[in-house]
Design a protein around this ligand. Sequence first.
Ligand SMILES: NC(=O)c1ccc[n+]([C@@H]2O[C@H](COP(=O)([O-])OP(=O)(O)OC[C@H]3O[C@@H](n4cnc5c(N)ncnc54)[C@H](OP(=O)(O)O)[C@@H]3O)[C@@H](O)[C@H]2O)c1
Length: 249
Amino acid sequence: MANGKRDMASLRGKSVLVTGAGKGIGRAIVEYLSGLGAEPIALSRSPEDLASLATAFGCRTIQADLADADATRAAAREALPADLLVNCAGTVELQSAMDTTVEAFDRTMAVNCRAPLIVSQEYVRPLLAEGRSGAIVNVSSISAFIGFAEHASYCASKGALDGLTRVLANEWGRHGIRVNGVHPTVTLTPMAVKAWSDPQKAGTMLGRIPLGRFVEPAEVAAAVAFLLSDEASMINGVALPVDGGFLAN
Ligand SMILES: NC(=O)c1ccc[n+]([C@@H]2O[C@H](COP(=O)([O-])OP(=O)(O)OC[C@H]3O[C@@H](n4cnc5c(N)ncnc54)[C@H](OP(=O)(O)O)[C@@H]3O)[C@@H](O)[C@H]2O)c1
């Protein structure tokens, strides 16, 4: 903000590693950041999604399954260097608490919490060595705060991700690297269709959102871009709901 401008100009020309870039919110983040003149590096799983991202936004792409710890680390190393990082990839498997399987729980924790740790470690390593500043945004969820039925693994993973965000904000904030979370309510991406396409469930959820609608992926992307930018230069370790007032209700 040295030039006094308040248009997220600090993002222009910055390379931003975005996980889960193939669909939904991650794809919207790539589009939003590209529109601000940043240079996203797209990490995702489906080769078709990555090919279409490269065509649409001219971005570098890296394919990996973030449920695999070694593949995650290798992909993060391949992606670097990056000025900024967004951990957006996430997964959900709907099961009642009693029916939650060890496999689903472990897979969800691996993608939603362990992968952000591994990618963040690799992103930060060269920054610490070179004394450079940076910023990370972890895409969490209002599910970190609310115990939605049939979301035991998911809610646990997002609560764990928030704990990770705070630790990284503490340890790495001392080196000029800010780490924050954004917490969207429902946005009707391929993931959310699984849980919220039933009109009855969607209606109940909408009734709890004072603004009366679900969030658009681009509105989540705007919050992410703000937290990455120098305009958020003193914001570190926060959980930012993008929820139309759901949590205030
Ligand atoms: N949608 C919502 O209502 C909502 C609300 C709050 C928070 N969120 C969070 O927002 C983030 C994005 O969600 P979304 O709704 O955009 O989901 P989405 O539409 O399902 O997209 C998720 C993206 O992450 C990728 N991904 C998932 N598992 C992966 C893995 N194991 N390895 C590599 N990439 C993987 C997917 O790739 P493939 O399709 O190729 O697997 C896809 O590109 C998630 O962290 C989610 O928890 C979503």
